[in-house]
Ligand binder design. Structure first.
Ligand code: TXE
Length: 484
């Protein structure tokens, strides 16, 4: 058993209360590490260390900060294999995915923000003869970053990298379900020469360690990715203290395939957008809307491909669908499959557990599941399932597709598949979401705004949007008196 430690003031430490809880490997259902059960005392130490470090870190030149963050990026790259194995073990995702997406992306997040600050500009508003304004952008001070379990190091770094790059000191908490790669990052930061207290990582449960970060009067902003109900709690606490919040919450995204789409490409990508990471990505297209003219052909081809997906222990290079993240989460997904049946849905494939050979026979494996015949307004089509479950719905025209797509409380992303350029632009404009992909899915440019509308959250991450969130503009007005 590995004992995970908090990273506070540049050192690895046990939690103040000495308490730990088990870290379960989803592939086997067995505990393999212990997680600090930190509370407000650990958070207090972390905030105090961050406060002490702030003048040092914010006082560095951007070039100095950039160099340290680049070394963190290089450190992640040097340990790519080790981190990918750790991520796969902790989360249940196929090792191939961790190696090709999660860890490279964590590396790139640090490099992206480390270099972004070298190219940043501030605004100047000219008043002509009367003078001018210039706008300073100052770091906020100590900020909190709270991340989820589905893309652990990827989303952790997506928050802490811009926060640090902008000159803030950070108290961060990874998900208690997948803390391992954040723990490994602690040593990488030490080796990179990050001054003590600049980044502090406190492990533990959301209601204790997480909420202590949100409630602490010294944390000036909270960047959170997780469930919508947790987002509501965080927004409520933060609002009382006028804290900035960036909330990236759930999704129930529509993947819309029109009759004129490139059939093969739409098919191939739709399998991926439905089931990548066991369907546990907020951007997954969990509702597949198919034009009636191609519905039967597309459905049959889709189901055939889904049946061919290999559900297997994640350490195998051939695994395409690994284990879902926890027993509780598997139970939640299974309850939604039962609900779908009660609501009149037909399960076209999947819906059952997969039991690999020992020692993986107690892992949390589910078949990729395809369901049709449900109303767009039923609970299965309105609530986030966040697992390997996709529903299929036919539509007759563009307006109906948009109406179904927009009918949920969520508004994160959508994909449109069509060769008709006018339709693509028209539909993209009408979709009430933060991100639209045309003839693709999850193609990412780190400069673009990332986030959703409605119950999918508030604010945008990415590029200068994130750097703006983690800084405070201060306008300086210079009046030029007339020379007589
Ligand atoms: O998330 P939580 P859970 C959705 C998905 C999933 C559901 C619940 O539908 O089934 O949310 O997942 C911390 N104060 N998404 O329960 O609890 C927690 O410790 C401060 C979508 O795992 O929101 C963890 O670090 N922090 C999502 C983080 O919040 C608190 C990704 C997220 O956990 C806290 C994950 C509190 N009171 C789940 N309570 C996405 N948008 O990608 C919990 N936390």
């Amino acid at each position: 058993m590995i004992d995970i430690q908090n990273y506070i003031d540049g050192t690895l430490r046990a939690p103040v209360n000495g308490e730990y809880f088990d870290n379960i490997e989803p592939a086997t259902g067995k505990a393999y590490a212990r997680i600090p059960d930190s509370n407000e005392k650990d958070v207090e130490h972390a905030v105090a260390a961050a406060e002490r470090a702030f003048p040092i870190w914010s006082g560095m030149s951007t070039a100095e900060r950039s160099a340290i963050l680049m070394r963190v990026s290089e450190g992640i790259n040097a340990k790519l294999d080790e981190l990918a194995h750790a991520e796969s073990k902790d989360n249940g995702k196929p090792i191939k995915l961790a190696k090709s997406v999660d860890i490279p992306r964590a590396r790139d997040n640090f490099a992206f923000f480390a270099t972004a600050i070298l190219h940043d500009e501030n605004a100047m508003h000219d008043m002509g003869q009367n003078g001018f304004n210039y706008t300073l952008r100052k770091p906020l001070g100590v900020v909190g970053c709270i991340s989820p379990w589905n893309l652990p190091l990827y989303l952790f770094s997506w928050k802490i990298a811009p926060a640090l790059a902008a000159g803030n000191c950070v108290v961060a908490k990874p998900s208690e379900v997948t803390p391992m790669t954040a723990f490994l990052l602690s040593s990488i930061c030490m080796e990179a020469g990050m001054p003590p207290g600049v980044l502090n990582i406190v492990h533990g449960y959301g209601q204790s360690a997480g909420q202590a970060i949100v409630s602490h009067p010294t944390t000036k902003a909270i960047s959170f990715t997780g469930g919508t109900s947790t987002g509501k709690i965080i927004a409520g606490i933060a609002a009382q203290q006028f804290k900035k919040t960036s909330l990236e919450l759930g999704g129930k995204n529509a993947n819309i395939v029109f009759g004129d789409a490139d059939f093969d490409e739409a098919l191939k990508t739709s399998v991926r957008s439905s089931f990548a990471n066991q369907g546990q990505i907020c951007l997954c297209g969990s509702r597949l809307l198919i034009h009636r003219s191609i519905y039967t052909k597309f459905r049959d081809a889709f189901v055939e491909r889904v049946k061919a997906l290999r559900v297997a222990p994640p350490h195998l290079e051939t695994s395409q669908v690994g284990a879902v993240v926890s027993e509780a989460h598997r139970n939640k997904i299974e309850a939604y499959i039962e609900l779908a049946k009660e609501e009149g849905g037909t399960v076209l494939c999947g819906g059952k557990r997969v039991v690999p050979d020992a020692p993986f026979n107690n892992g949390y494996y589910l078949e990729p599941t395809v369901i049709e015949g449900l109303s767009p307004h039923c609970r299965t089509n309105q609530e986030e399932i966040f697992g390997p479950v996709v529903t299929l719905m036919p539509f007759d025209d563009d307006d109906e597709a948009v109406a179904i797509a927009n009918s949920t409380p969520y508004g994160l992303s959508s994909s449109i598949w069509t060769h008709n350029l006018n339709r693509a632009h028209r539909v993209a404009e009408k979709l009430d979401v933060g991100i639209v992909w045309v003839n693709c899915w999850l193609v990412r440019d780190l400069r673009t705004p990332f986030g959703g509308t409605k119950a999918s959250g508030m604010g945008r991450e990415g590029g200068f949007y994130a750097l703006e969130f983690f800084s405070e503009p201060k306008n300086v007005c210079i009046h030029l008196p007339r020379i007589e």
